[in-house]
Design a protein around this ligand. Sequence first.
Ligand code: TAP
Length: 454
Amino acid sequence: MSVFTVLNPATEEPVTTVTQASLEDTDAAIARAAAAQGAWRAVAPGDRARLLRSFAAAVDAASEELAGLEVAGSGHPVGQSRWEAGHVRDVLLYYAAAPERLTGKQIPVPGGLNVTFHEPVGVVGLIVPWNFPMPILSWGMAPALAAGCAVVAKPAEATPLTAMRIGELALEAGLPEGVFQVLAGKGSVVGQRLVDHPLVRKIVFTGSTEVGQQIMAGCARHIKRLTLELGGKSANIIFADADLERAAATAPYAVFDNAGQDCCARSRILVQRSVLDRFMELLEPAVQGVAVGDPASAATEMGPLISAAHRAHVAAYVPSGAPVAIRGHAPDGPGFWFPPTVLAPVRPDDPAYTEEVFGPVVTVTPFSDEAEAVAIANDTPYGLSGSIWTRDVGRAIRVSRAVESGNLSVNSHSSVRYWTPFGGFKQSGLGRELGPDAPDAFTETKNVFISTEE
Ligand code: TAP
């Protein structure tokens, strides 16, 4: 039996140990899910909706406990952790409305009519990364359950605690056994088995592009349905006519939230050359003002990185002699701390400029005009997110259309909402999550011809 010790990233102290599911445990969970699937899809839509609302209420009642687990097990600041627990509740409530709206179409044809049905795809394998254990779990779990699918979820090995508790809450709320299960364990064991097992009909994967490629290849063997949410290297594009004060005040939060461990991190700031100096003057105090420290304190805005190994990975992007333009604060002593760091000027072949750092490191690059801004923004294999700052409405729309990215914001650093679609262009992913159509992605459309011939 293999056991994983969850460490508190802020103290390096053990929080608890978690038994890792084996291959046999995974097969047994998939068998339970497949057995539960038929009865779950047959639950009347209104009753499935009621159960999802009960699940949301159970999450709400446990939100302080869930937030505490995320503070201790992931190092997320407590304010953020509370928001994340509330987000799971809200996502469940939003998709609780879906079971009664999974309607089909009727299409007149000669000699009769066709009707379409949305049939649940079957057992769904949900593979979650360590950076946002609660929100990303909920984005797959809630629409899949609403569509009538049974779900087996695998949280990241390093951050299983909140997902495990949410699995218990589902049962306490009355979801039938086997409909929603959480299996803590390794990607190479549990995750791989979900991909390989023929009874799992869809994989929802969020994680690195590299593992996503392996998963896509594994799913191809079964023509298994697949959603991929992968890496990002998003641009925060600031034009000279923008509200520079607001753009600079929010730029740190666009990249340093969750210590930069965010697929949507705007980790490349592009600034029109004529306002570069003024922007850097404004950015300095904003970066220095980010409150980095004890995640349990309500005043903290940024906590530690997830592990010593990840800190070493991030630090490699800031070697001695790196062009550090601004460096914020971070505590000394135990904990996997890394200060908010702004690099400028950065060579276009520097790995900090081209690769996903997944830490609190941002590069600043000047551009001359709109065409150059778009060209630089698109010069990456990724296309997940980004922001555009300008007072010119026409330019805002032109640049939004030209940037090859799935989720953009204009004059704002936030672009993820559960009621709008989310996903990536290019190597940032495949398919869309969230938004009103998300449950459809957990169904197959069945088309039935009904003859009216006498
Ligand atoms: P990965 O190393 O890719 O891991 C993601 C999940 O996949 C983990 O649960 C992991 O298990 C599992 N896994 C690993 N190998 C597997 C395999 N062979 N078969 C099946 N599952 C496997 O990513 P990460 O380091 O946790 O997360 C960071 C990456 O995720 C970044 O690139 C980030 O951009 C991306 N991300 C994207 C999004 C969206 S929405 N696009 C959101 C968040 C993060 P273990 O825990 O055992 O490794």
